[in-house]
Design a protein around this ligand. Structure first.
Ligand code: PLP
Length: 418
């Protein structure tokens, strides 16, 4: 039995027929500790719709083989599906197909840029400009590059509300800045950064820009050309797609100039013991058997997203966010961390009475899945003087009933720890 409310459109959230959307996600019917599941850990990973499950199943049942390697029928099918996925993904981001490099996810995409694009250009004294709100994946790869070259990381501060202080950020751009990198949407605060404006500022100074889109792609239309970035990274699993797959968009001129970063099959044109030559972009950066099912699954996830319409998704999630912000603000002793004016559906909070870990455990017993911890953003936690927060993060299938369930579970936390 599906324990979800059999409602039609929630009158407070008119943009989507929530019951129909929920029916697309079989796992939402899974009871947790005998309770209805309110899945609010979408910034960590999203659930998968039937369309993605079917695409994966269909690929493995009817088309599984290695790609680019054989003339037999199944290999042809796999190659066709894989390369069609690249076209589909490129179209979604308004990029050319050879500007789309397949990776294991955002983390690998950023590491690729750090290792292959940035590091060969870095020398002692050079700077990389980050912001205080970055995920460790958008800090540590740059740190590794600075350790090997003597360059340094510069950090732009944020306001108490969690907004990037743009004047301070601009003041930190200078002739030593070799790259700027920032989250499109912060995973711990929900802040939506003004990517186009930041990219313009960097571009007029000739500084390349990387935007970390891990938390943006499921919620906003992303046009890399309109954003004006040099690099854009994302993970399929945060966009209703499978784990183990992600995308790096990079301007073709950069990819052409970058050396390969991993060696193996598929990334070469010729190999001899005396030396090898490289395949065309993007294959030059895709060593070994690629994540074929991942690409097929992500393409299906993007079809699903576009079927619903990103505008409608955005409006729906905005409505749930407003409802949740108001509801959480009324809970005594609860403090929201991240109250930017432009925000995506992420609610990080601490409570006077209980540690985030205890909050997470008690909510779990009530069927509410949230994340507790530092959210891979330790410097940001320090900025707010906390070691951890509890975080509820929204997806298209969340509604006000999920928030009501969260709020009533939080009242149980208060009662237990009062
Ligand atoms: N950047 C941000 C803003 C994230 O939220 C995450 C994951 O939570 C990542 C990067 C890393 O993504 P992945 O672990 O899929 O590589």
């Amino acid at each position: 039995m599906n324990p979800h409310r059999e409602s039609d459109t929630d009158p407070r959230l008119p943009s989507l027929d929530l019951a129909r959307v929920r029916a697309d996600f079989p796992i939402l019917a899974e009871p947790v500790h005998g309770k209805r599941l309110a899945y609010l850990d979408n910034a960590a990973t999203t659930q998968k719709p039937e369309a993605v499950l079917k695409a994966l199943d269909n690929y493995y049942r009817h088309g599984n083989a290695n790609v680019h390697r054989a003339v037999h029928e199944l290999s042809q099918r796999a190659t066709t599906a894989y390369e069609a996925a690249r076209d589909r993904i490129a179209r979604h981001f308004n990029a050319a197909r050879d500007e789309i490099v397949f990776t294991r996810g955002t983390t690998e995409a950023i590491n690729l840029v750090a290792r292959s694009f940035l590091e060969p250009r870095l020398k002692a004294g050079d700077e990389i400009l980050l912001t205080m709100m970055e995920h460790h994946s958008n800090i540590v790869p740059w740190q590794l590059a600075t350790e090997r070259t003597g360059a340094r990381i510069v950090v732009a501060p944020i306001s108490d509300a969690g907004e990037l202080l743009i004047d301070e950020w601009r003041q930190r751009l200078n002739v030593r800045t070799r790259l700027v990198a920032f989250a499109h949407v912060s995973n711990a605060l929900g802040t939506l950064n003004p990517v186009t404006e930041l990219a313009r500022e960097a571009r007029v100074r000739g500084i390349p820009v990387l935007a970390d889109g891990a938390q943006a792609v499921a919620h906003l239309a992303v046009d890399v050309k309109a954003l004006g970035v040099d690099f854009y990274a994302c993970s399929a699993h945060k966009v209703y797609g499978p784990t183990g797959f992600g995308v790096l968009y990079a301007k073709r001129e950069h990819l052409e100039a970058m050396p390969p970063w991993q060696g193996g099959g598929d990334m070469i044109r010729t190999v001899a013991f005396e030396g090898s030559t490289w395949n065309d972009v993007p294959y030059k950066f895709e060593a070994g058997t690629p994540p074929i099912a991942g690409a097929v699954g992500f393409a299906a996830a993007l079809d699903y997203l576009d079927g619903l319409g990103l505008d409608r998704i955005h409006r729906h999630e905005e409505g749930v966010l407003a409802y949740a912000t108001e509801a959480l603000s009324r809970i005594p002793g609860l403090r929201l961390i991240g109250t930017a004016r432009n925000k995506s559906g992420i609610l990080s909070f601490v409570m006077d009475s209980a540690h985030p870990q205890d909050i997470g455990s008690i909510l779990d017993m009530e069927g509410v899945a949230v994340r507790s911890g530092h959210h891979c953003a330790m410097p940001l936690m320090q900025r707010y003087g906390v070691s951890a927060t509890a975080r509820a993060s929204l997806a298209v299938y969340n509604g006000t009933d999920d928030i009501d369930q969260l709020v009533s579970a939080l009242h149980k936390v208060r009662a237990l720890f009062a």
